[in-house]
Design a protein around this ligand. Sequence first.
Ligand SMILES: *[C@@H]1O[C@H](CO)[C@@H](O)[C@H](O)[C@H]1NC(C)=O
Ligand SMILES: *[C@@H]1O[C@H](CO)[C@@H](O)[C@H](O)[C@H]1NC(C)=O
Ligand SMILES: *[C@@H]1O[C@H](CO)[C@@H](O)[C@H](O)[C@H]1NC(C)=O
Ligand SMILES: *[C@@H]1O[C@H](CO)[C@@H](O)[C@H](O)[C@H]1NC(C)=O
Ligand SMILES: *[C@@H]1O[C@H](CO)[C@@H](O)[C@H](O)[C@H]1NC(C)=O
Length: 399
Amino acid sequence: MWSPTFVKAAALLLYILLISSVSECVYASSTGTAPVQVAIAATDYVCGSGGNWSMQYTLRTLGGADWSPTLAVYGDMGTANAVSLPWLVEEVASGGFDAVLHVGDLAYDLFQCLYVHMGPEVQGRENWFLPLQEGGKVGDKFMEQVEPIATQVPYMVAPGNHEWLHNFTHYKNRFSMPGNSENYHYSWNIGPAHIISFSTEVYFFLEDGLKLIEWQYHWLEQELQRVSAAEYRGERPWIIAMGHRPMYCSTNNDNDCDHHNSVVRVGLPLEYKYGLEKLFYQYGVDLELWGHEHIYERMWPLFNYTVMNGSYENPYTNPGAPVHIVTGSAGCREDHGDFKKDQPEWVAFTSRDYGYSKMTVHNATHLSFQQISADQGGKVVDEFTIIKDYHGPYRAMDL
Ligand SMILES: *[C@@H]1O[C@H](CO)[C@@H](O)[C@H](O)[C@H]1NC(C)=O
Ligand SMILES: *[C@@H]1O[C@H](CO)[C@@H](O)[C@H](O)[C@H]1NC(C)=O
Ligand SMILES: *[C@@H]1O[C@H](CO)[C@@H](O)[C@H](O)[C@H]1NC(C)=O
Ligand SMILES: *[C@@H]1O[C@H](CO)[C@@H](O)[C@H](O)[C@H]1NC(C)=O
Ligand SMILES: *[C@@H]1O[C@H](CO)[C@@H](O)[C@H](O)[C@H]1NC(C)=O
């Protein structure tokens, strides 16, 4: 066995290499050289530094606010047992996706050093937790695995609990999301949608006390205020929030979402400060995307455990509350999740299959969603459309 000192020294060296190997991207197109972050036109590029350069890749063109993008959405994929990966790679290659939202739990785990192959045949829960050995080989493997996707379309991430080690160091350093929060929280536009990514993990890893919770909550408040101004929302009407741990789920484990007063939903125990459900409701967030539970489930429009259907016949037409989707079944080494025997009345549809979601933001009024089962050969197992004539605070609709 390696001594702990050796492992630490090796890990430190890897971190230094990781952090110091600053690479630059150069465009081979007529636009000459430009940083990769500002490229929004289809462009050929190579990436690297010094004498080492990648092969030439092409970025997909992103359109403006009147464009109808299709996004892949999933959480909890991992390197071992990444069941959905071949489907995702194929759909990106054939132009099926314009961007990806990976809602946390990326590699299982970015920081680990051992890549152990465990396929779907390994269902034993004793295999869920590998010994914690740092080094980042699993992270390298993950980055290679998503290369055919992330070199072509934006690969947008949120932090999950599996990214936790050393204050999310690998998560912070391996990705470069917009803004300056080290990928903790950020927002961006695609077509008619404004997407807000945030960390549910600030509520559970409390080394910094309330500091990170307050930092994020105030940012969310300011951000929601900014993007709900009429001139902004007129152009990007759909506000979509994504975070790793859901407020609601009907699985049978003892996670935060299994508790009526989930921390993400109502805030910290006793004081109930910094809960996100009320904040998102007040600003009229349209859709909330989650992972963490290794299943897919769709809720009826929901606020404070009350179903707020647009109407009985068309629950998602002008819904009275945000729509929650849990899509954490892309794969990963931890097996499928299980549902409670008695399903609550606020759950509309559930699936245990491995798979991923496909979301199309058609225009200001229509957003459609599908769940693709990798287990059933790419079959669409769920499908629904949210139709909204109005985007804004739900209270306004109650008047
Ligand atoms: C290319 O990368 C390798 C491995 O990091 C390194 O050993 C080599 O010196 C690099 N080559 C050049 C020309 O920079
Ligand atoms: C963790 O990272 C955040 C964001 O960079 C920082 O504000 C915080 O102080 C760090 N916490 C510790 C314990 O290092
Ligand atoms: C949610 O419902 C509970 C009763 O079940 C009530 O006490 C609470 O005030 C409600 N919260 C909000 C934000 O409406
Ligand atoms: C919401 O709509 C669905 C679909 O029609 C229905 O099954 C469910 O009972 C409705 N919930 C309420 C509270 O009306
Ligand atoms: C919005 O998209 C939907 C679904 O594609 C379509 O039926 C509808 O006509 C579109 N509305 C407008 C105003 O283009």
